[in-house]
Design a protein around this ligand. Structure first.
Ligand code: BES
Ligand code: MN
Ligand code: ZN
Length: 501
């Protein structure tokens, strides 16, 4: 879809549809007021008759409004004016897009960007609107033989800015949003792909596509033979039960010459997590195709970054692997030697993510990173703690944690910090090895992060547990594209390009 910004008044718009807000109870927004005057009370008349209360998400489509150049006017209920917050704003935009898609209007001018959202400026409102629009227009139908075609889908949308002066800010918001949306779409596409197609080699192919599409991106693949030479004993163990080779993709984005230390993103890429010998129960096991959501998020963020061409250096690592049972599979009781030299006693082969990540986290030391962020669908316990709303955040460096929390607030892709106190470390003690891979039933998200922290002592590090946020189950099953927008926001902030600058 195409987006643009406009500064003209509503009656001057020559569009298939004009979108304006109405607050509860039956109160016109500024723009709706203007339209009402021009149309000689047409809109206020309708409201008086009770056609629209203004409750959040209510829609009323009008044709042939008197004295209007536009064919239609869509009145959008925005709830109580003083209660309009970020979440509601996004929901209203999503509803509007879905409604417009079902009307015959193929283009629209949207005045909802003029609404007052507490603490948010025009850059934020337009960026969120474009991201929300692209998010709701997404479909994954590449494997359906019959695709549901919309007869007259929305193709163009313009957002109103107050005056001409804000036009460049609005354009910048659109550019940022489109770059983020591209990364989000990439993330969703690979994450939704079934595990018989999306295996570690497929992840590597996607990483190679970025190299082909952008001059300052290079991708290399580390296969099992090289992992063997590097001593990545724990990563390799997890993949041993699978016929699909473990492959780790290294995507290097160079935007700041060779002197600037890279920011490193590492994504858990379990293209299927059956649990291995500690096999998972059957119900809902298909959803473990999403256990590569961390790698998909990193790939998506790298895509957004390359689209934005930010002046920083970033390395994205996709730790591709498949966890399967079999006669060659690793077992509970096995003791593995990690790349760091530390040994780990496997108490449950379903706690595999940390075994893959720990070697990837040791591997990235060679890049002398400025900081490292890993992203992983790591623990069911995180879903219990935070549900589907917030990503779990744990870190060994307070400033980094705060930067990520800021980015999550700004992007609306929320995260919440959990502690990483040493008190929890004893849950990982082992009688036979340096530690185990299992922390017991208490504080599972924290003990998983404690495990990783044993491998991240040499740099500033944060861990994002996206087990609850990476995908939706049930009837709207599908990847959410999270945390691409949080990560991209973090990178925008890091390169001093946040907001309307
Ligand atoms: N990929 C899972 C975590 C997961 C489970 C994410 C459900 C989203 C929904 C991970 O590999 C796993 O199996 N974790 C175990 C760890 C346990 C054995 C310590 C878990 O959370 O049950
Ligand atoms: Mn598992
Ligand atoms: Zn897993």
């Amino acid at each position: 879809m195409e987006f643009s910004v406009k500064s003209g008044s509503p009656e001057k718009q020559h569009s298939a549809c004009i979108v304006v807000g109405v607050f509860e109870p039956r109160r016109l927004s500024g723009t709706a007021e203007q339209l009402d005057e021009i149309s000689e009370g047409y809109i206020s008349n309708l409201l008086r008759k009770g056609d629209l209360e203004g409750k959040s998400g209510q829609m009323l489509l009008l044709h042939h409004v008197p004295n209007m150049l536009s064919e239609r006017v869509l009145l959008v209920g925005c709830g109580k004016e003083r209660e309009l917050d970020e979440r509601q704003y996004r929901q209203i935009i999503t509803k509007t897009i879905n409604t417009l898609n079902e009307t015959g209007a193929m283009e629209a001018v949207c005045f909802l960007s003029e609404l007052h959202v507490k603490g948010r400026d025009i850059y934020w409102k337009i960026r969120q609107a474009v991201e929300a629009a692209q998010d709701s227009l997404y479909t994954f139908d590449s494997l359906k033989t019959r695709k549901a075609e919309l007869r007259r889908p929305l193709r163009k949308m313009a957002f109103k800015v107050p005056t001409r002066r804000e036009l460049p800010i609005g354009e910048r918001a659109i550019a940022h949003a489109l770059a983020i949306a591209e990364g989000v779409t990439t993330c969703k596409n690979v994450a939704n792909m079934p595990p018989n197609i999306c295996n570690p080699a497929y992840l590597a192919e996607q990483a190679k596509i970025l190299e082909n599409d952008y001059d300052n991106v290079t991708t290399t693949i580390v296969g099992e033979q090289e992992m063997e030479e590097l001593g990545m004993g724990s990563y390799l163990a997890v993949g041993r039960g699978s016929a699909n080779e473990s492959q780790m993709s290294i995507i290097k984005y160079n935007g700041a010459g060779d002197d600037s230390k890279p920011l490193v993103l590492v994504g858990k890429g379990l293209t299927f997590d059956s649990g291995g010998i500690s096999l998972k129960p059957g119900l809902g096991m298909d959803e473990m195709k999403y256990d590569m959501g961390g790698a998909a998020g990193v790939l998506g963020a790298m895509h957004s970054l390359a689209e934005l061409q930010l002046p920083i250096n970033v390395i994205g690592v996709l730790a591709g692997c498949e966890n399967m049972p079999g006669s060659n599979a690793y077992r509970p009781g096995d003791i593995l030697t990690t790349m760091s030299g530390q040994t780990v006693e496997v108490l449950n082969t379903d706690a595999e993510g940390r075994l893959v990540l720990c070697d990837a986290l040791t591997y990235v030391e060679r890049f002398d990173p400025e900081l490292v962020i890993d992203v992983a669908t790591l623990t069911g316990a995180c879903v219990v703690a935070l549900g589907a709303h917030a990503t779990g955040l744990l870190s060994n460096h307070n400033p980094l944690a705060n930067e990520l929390l800021n980015a999550s607030e700004q992007s609306g892709d929320r995260a919440w910090r959990l502690p990483l106190w040493d008190d929890y470390q004893e849950q990982l003690e082992s009688p036979f090895a340096d530690f185990t891979n299992l922390g017991g039933k208490e504080a599972g998200t924290i003990t998983a992060a404690c495990y990783l922290s044993k491998f991240t002592k040499k740099y500033n590090w944060a861990h994002l547990d996206i087990a609850g946020t990476a995908w939706r189950g049930g009837k709207n099953k599908g990847s959410t594209g999270r945390p691409v927008s949080m990560l991209t926001q973090f990178l925008l902030n890091r390169s001093g390009q946040e907001q309307g600058e």
